[in-house]
Design a protein around this ligand. Structure first.
Ligand SMILES: [Zn+2]
Length: 679
């Protein structure tokens, strides 16, 4: 290998050495490797083709290339700086390479030849599945189309990818422009001093008298949940749903048209049927009826919660005629009246509860829980190199004391680090010999409240759930024992992948576990049981309304990707408003352009896939009910779950994992019971 800080065997990581300026040379070198290997395996005559010399050789050809691009993208997310430009470059090269590979007739033919030469009986179940999945993916990519159609598809894909980028840029511009101007301090009552001060300075910068509240996620939530002035809240809501969003309208319409055209070109009825073919839901109709069924069942409780909130708001404002509007309810979070009602009902002071959740205790208790359930143990490694001094590295061993995985944990928010929380793998080890020879490597990243000179990091309950959620994903990787590394959890169906992470959040709320993860950071005392009871009760607060918000987004998404073009009287924006109107029982505003900010489906990869969140949640609720019935810390069941679900990654279809663990197909009943929804 050439001398380059980013080039080394894929099972190693050297965060102390990496230099962003080496990216270009490393990309060129590893891309060349890909083509050399592919060309070599394509030369093999048909009669000599085997799974190993063709399928494996093809999938392994890009090992170094994808390890490199993953590392660069990771370093951009956690460090930014010079890694951002390196990442942009890597993304461009990768998307070009993967497009070429995806439409490569020679590779497709070689795969078909293996299928012909190697009869299913001569391959293992995992090998058969990988081969069939690859052939299917190539077909879905359009490789088998006649040249003119193939060209058309290429143009569609290129235009779609341009639209996604442009949508994102427009939305970023819209966010920059968005905000509200208020004349008096009194109109901002309820907001923190810092927010008000910033608003005053922003107005000054714009050479205006008064206060400019810039739109940002935290500011928006602050105004909508804390500002006592109704007019200010309404103005902010209107701004968020309108300002700067118009330029996205033609883009979204075009994207819907192109997706439909693409699906038809490839032989599907609509885009949802194309997108869901390889997922648990299988097609748009099944995903759509899943959502309809759920939202119908939740509707009576959503209505009840709405009425309760309206009654409370009337009392709070001392106005018996008050009617709630969209600016009071159109959210998956607790806005003003909901926040006040929650405080009245549960009286939880998060600054106090945080003191019982120092991060070290939360993580220690989580490791203990994982040890009980899966027989794993954790040892901190202080020698392995990290990308930042905040990062902690742990080695995970199994019951036989074999080192099965290593995880880099980067918990705290800091400048230049991307927002949110996520997990990913650096390296998935091969387990084809049945033995553990190398550990899987991966990371979890979040933006939690960090320590201060006076206090350790003290977590809010949502932050605690975030850690457990991401570790739920990580354990899915760590416990993977698939025969082929191509079938790790990273390759599992989209509408299943959130089940192992969401389910793990449930443990946080179990009294036995709460005892393990809480102690006051000064006095070491347990959290008082009255506080625990309040936290538990508050967890159920307006649970149906929060689900309702997800139904609105998911239904809009699935309808747009099954029924578009809609009949002339209904444009997509109106469809979205109609779904909203139906869900809340109040008319959505004519100026509501929220759909034009729905980045998940127009700039991300979630087109026709937003239902996945609820789909996976129904499965995890079903799984967790089984744990509740036999004890949430039951080691026997923990190991059964480990072996029947987590260990198998994407080796079999997710529906088989579900059936093997539950002894039947999953259904929505457990989720309904959990949420108190009557059937
Ligand atoms: Zn997740």
């Amino acid at each position: 290998m050439i001398k380059n800080s980013l080039l080394h065997p894929v099972s190693e990581l050297h965060f102390d050495r990496y230099l962003a300026k080496d990216t270009r040379a490393a990309l060129l070198f590893t891309e060349k490797l890909v083509w050399e290997r592919i060309n070599r395996s394509l030369e093999i005559p048909k009669s000599e083709r085997t799974f190993q010399n063709t399928v494996r050789a093809l999938t392994e050809s890009s090992e170094e290339f994808s390890a490199l691009t993953n590392t660069v993208s990771h370093l951009d997310s956690v460090l930014g700086g010079s890694w951002s430009a390196a990442d942009t470059q890597a993304t461009q090269v990768a998307s070009k390479l993967y497009n070429e590979l995806g439409l490569h007739k020679g590779i497709y033919t070689a795969l078909l030849e293996v299928r012909e030469v190697m009869k299913p009986k001569s391959l293992t179940t995992a090998q058969n599945k990988l081969l069939d999945d690859l052939i299917r993916d190539y077909k879905r990519g359009g490789v088998a189309l006649p040249p003119t159609k193939k060209q058309k598809l290429k143009e569609i894909n290129e235009e779609l990818s341009k639209i996604a980028t442009k949508f994102g840029q427009n939305y970023a511009k819209a966010t920059d422009k968005c905000g509200i101007m208020v004349a008096n301090r009194a109109q901002l009552v309820g907001l923190g001093e810092e927010t008000v001060l910033t608003a005053k300075n922003e107005a000054k910068l714009k050479k205006l008298e008064g206060y400019w509240v810039q739109f940002s996620e935290p500011n928006y939530l602050a105004v909508m949940s804390q500002c006592t002035d109704k007019t200010t809240r309404r103005a902010m809501y209107k701004a968020a749903k309108t300002i700067g969003l118009k330029p996205n309208i033609p883009l979204c319409l075009r994207a819907l048209e192109l997706r439909r055209e693409k699906a038809i070109l490839l032989g599907y009825k609509n885009y949802a049927d194309f997108a869901l073919e390889d997922r648990m839901a299988k097609n748009g109709k099944i995903a759509g009826s899943f959502l309809d069924k759920l939202s119908n069942l939740y509707m009576p409780t959503i209505n009840k919660e709405f009425k309760e909130l309206e009654l409370f708001a009337r009392e709070y404002e001392n106005d018996p005629m008050l009617r709630l509007g969209m600016a009071d309810v159109d959210s998956g979070l607790d806005w003003f009246y909901a926040e006040k009602l929650r405080n009245k009902l549960f009286d939880i002071d998060e600054s106090v509860t945080r003191e019982y959740f120092p991060i070290s205790k939360v993580i220690f208790g989580m490791f203990e829980t994982l040890s009980i359930l899966y027989g794993v143990s954790f040892v901190k490694n202080t020698k392995l190199k990290r990308w930042h001094e905040d990062v902690e590295v742990y080695e995970i061993s199994d019951e036989a004391d074999k080192h099965i995985a290593t995880v880099w944990c980067d918990w705290f928010a800091r400048r230049q680090k991307h927002g949110g929380a996520w997990m990913n793998g650096f390296f998935v080890a091969d387990r084809s010999s049945g033995k553990v020879e190398k550990p899987h490597l991966g990371y979890v990243v979040a933006n939690l409240t960090g320590p201060t000179p006076k206090k350790p990091s003290l977590l809010g309950i949502r932050e605690v759930e975030t850690i457990w959620h991401e570790f739920g994903h990580f354990m899915h990787l760590a416990l993977g024992r698939t025969e082929l590394e191509e079938q790790s959890m990273q390759d599992i169906e989209w509408d299943f992948v959130e089940a192992p992470s969401q389910i793990f959040e449930n443990w946080v709320w179990q009294p036995d576990v709460l005892a393990k993860i809480t102690s006051h950071y000064k006095t070491d005392k347990q959290i008082p049981s009255v506080v625990i009871n309040k936290l538990l009760a508050a967890r159920q607060f307006r649970i149906a309304s929060k689900a309702g918000r997800q139904f609105i987004l998911a239904k809009t998404d699935i309808l747009l990707h099954t029924e578009y073009p809609l009949n002339k009287t209904k444009d997509p924006l109106q469809l979205h408003r109609d779904i909203k109107t139906q869900a809340y029982g109040i008319t959505a505003e004519k100026w509501d352009l929220e759909l034009m900010s729905f980045a998940h489906i127009f700039a991300g990869g979630y087109a026709a896939g937003y239902y996945s969140y609820k789909w996976a949640e129904a499965i995890e609720a079903d799984f967790f009910e089984k744990f509740k019935q036999s004890g949430v810390l039951n080691p026997k069941l923990g190991r059964e779950y480990r072996d029947k679900v987590l260990a198998r990654g994407a080796e079999v279809k997710a529906e088989h994992l579900v059936r093997d663990f539950l002894g039947r197909d999953s259904n929505i009943d457990a989720m309904l019971r959990r949420d108190g929804i009557k059937t």
